[in-house]
Ligand binder design. Structure first.
Ligand code: COA
Length: 147
């Protein structure tokens, strides 16, 4: 929940529904408020795969590098600590910030669930992204950092 007494956004509520979601606090150049959630789940140890979700629930924080900085924490944990081979992410086609963020991190589209979401009278595709450990390693040193 917001730490400053503000009303919870849809993003905060979605984050709370995800079990074991990790809060993201603070934003580059801002204070230490709760701004979103990260969730690394669905680990399949025998296959070395997991799923990752990220949500920054405060629109005033979007586009300031917070998501790009935060998502590197669970990615580093998945590859470097848990020794997993691939991380899977899903994003709806209208969320351009997430698509830019995932692709800059080196993940690639592996498939599309067409018209998977109905929102505000429109249908949107869901893109399925995957990031392999070697792709993560290749981009070491070239990743975005918090500004
Ligand atoms: C998607 C989300 C996690 C990204 O976090 P963020 O802190 O806003 O993103 P960043 O500031 O790190 O920027 C990510 C990229 O989007 C780009 N971007 C910023 N504003 C943009 C815009 N209006 N349109 C397209 N791309 C944009 C940035 O330039 C950056 O790309 P770059 O690193 O190649 O320059 C966050 O915006 C969010 O949670 N949004 C709402 C909830 C949501 O849609 N979650 C679903 C995630 S699947």
């Amino acid at each position: 929940m917001p730490q400053d007494g503000g009303a919870p956004t849809q993003g905060h509520r979605q984050g709370e529904r995800r079990q074991r979601a990790t809060p993201v606090r603070g934003a580059p150049g801002a204070d230490d408020r709760l701004v979103g959630f990260l969730a690394l789940d669905g680990i399949r140890w025998t296959r070395g795969v997991c799923s990752l979700g990220v949500l920054i629930g405060r629109p005033e924080v979007w586009g300031r590098g917070c998501g790009s900085a935060a998502i590197q924490v669970p990615l580093a944990f998945a590859f470097d600590e848990l020794n997993l081979h691939r991380v899977e992410l899903a994003v709806f086609s209208y969320i351009q910030r997430a698509i830019a963020m995932y692709e800059r991190l080196g993940s690639r589209v592996e498939g599309t669930r067409r018209e998977r979401l109905h929102r505000d009278g429109h249908r949107h595709d869901m893109h399925l992204y995957g990031l392999l450990r070697r792709e993560w390693d290749e981009l070491a040193g070239a990743r975005p950092t918090a500004g």
